[in-house]
Design a protein around this ligand. Structure first.
Ligand SMILES: NC(=O)c1ccc[n+]([C@@H]2O[C@H](COP(=O)([O-])OP(=O)(O)OC[C@H]3O[C@@H](n4cnc5c(N)ncnc54)[C@H](OP(=O)(O)O)[C@@H]3O)[C@@H](O)[C@H]2O)c1
Length: 304
């Protein structure tokens, strides 16, 4: 039997509702209007495409978007000043800097200087550390969206063996941490993993965040497993994931398509984080940011 298709659209309307309610709750609490600043240095084509799709999502959910474009020749000092200026700008609640940066600029500039209260993709040491410790934090939007997609479709996590391909700070590593917090047993794989296929075949939940088209084929998937494809690759002028979708749907129990799986959820979680960052701006800490999800639930405690 072909796999169940886990489409992001199934979860999107709930996320849009959550965002709408939390924007109202933020205004009622006297907070700022949520506004996302995106910083693009140089003209990386995939970052441009990602930004356009984010811009559409933000417009749809009523969040203002500020574009900041800097030349590829920007010096480390000027870039650091720009990041610090955004930290001080009270009209901006969230900041996203597109990666990869030009070679002369280190991602450490963002990690070290961006305020954790505005770090809507959870890349600063404060947010990453809090995530790994299980404390409230602004969580990286792609893995958080992946987790919510599993929950939306009722995929069991506790006690399952999850194999995550990829160990970056924005996708693979935080996804592994989130799954472990939900009591999965997690194996993280990377380029130097020996016999990736054999490990992948042991997974009840197999997630790929490698950025390598065709990496996961049917021989790497245990029959009935759930396959989450975070990869976004261009092959033959088409957007494809890391998973050979045609083959793997015949083996897996459930699978996310690319496009249309994890991607649309990522943008909405980022939008929700931008509102959550508004609450962090009021309180001056990250202790309540995860309550934004609960703001749409009338039975939940008020945000503070
Ligand atoms: N769906 C979404 O919304 C969304 C959002 C963000 C990113 N993405 C996509 O997700 C993918 C990963 O992004 P990223 O930022 O995490 O990329 P990244 O920083 O390049 O990390 C890729 C990871 O995959 C591992 N890897 C690459 N090729 C591999 C292979 N052949 N076998 C085993 N491991 C391999 C790398 O291992 P090493 O550590 O050993 O190098 C690395 O840990 C990309 O396609 C990106 O476009 C999707």
């Amino acid at each position: 039997m072909p796999a169940q298709i886990l489409r992001g659209a199934g979860l999107s309307s709930r996320l849009r509702d959550e965002i709408e309610h939390s924007i109202q709750a933020l205004a009622a609490a006297g907070g700022p209007a949520p506004r996302l600043a995106t910083v693009l240095i140089g003209n990386d084509a995939s970052s441009e495409a990602y930004r356009s799709s984010l811009e559409r999502t933000m417009a749809r959910v009523g969040i203002d978007h500020l574009r900041i474009d800097l030349p590829a020749s920007t010096s480390p000092l000027d870039f650091t000043c720009q990041v610090k200026e955004l930290n001080r700008n009270s009209g901006v609640t969230g900041v996203l800097v597109f990666m990869p940066l030009p070679p002369r600029l280190s991602p450490a500039i963002v990690q070290e200087h961006l305020s954790p209260l505005k770090d809507v993709d959870g890349i600063t040491p404060t947010n990453a550390g809090r995530l790994h410790m299980g404390l409230p934090s602004l969580r990286p939007s792609t893995p958080q969206g992946g987790l919510e997609l599993l929950d939306h479709y009722g995929i069991e996590i506790e006690g399952r063996h999850a194999v995550v391909i990829g160990r970056s700070n924005v996708v693979g590593r935080p996804f592994a941490s989130l799954l472990m917090q939900r009591h999965a047993t997690v194996t993280i794989c990377h380029r130097r993993t020996v016999d990736l296929a054999a490990l992948a075949r042991t997974a009840d939940i197999l997630a790929s965040a490698a950025g390598h088209a065709g990496l996961v084929d049917a021989n790497m998937v245990k029959p009935g497993a759930t396959v989450l494809d975070f990869g976004v690759n261009v092959a033959n002028d088409k957007i494809v994931g890391d998973v050979d979708f045609e083959q793997v749907t015949e083996v897996a129990g459930a699978i996310t398509p690319v496009p249309g799986g994890t991607g649309p959820v990522t943008a909405l979680v980022l939008a929700r984080n931008t509102v959550a960052a508004g609450f962090a701006a009021i309180s001056g800490n990250l202790d309540h940011v995860e309550m934004v999800k609960a703001a749409s639930n009338p039975m939940s405690a008020p945000l503070g």
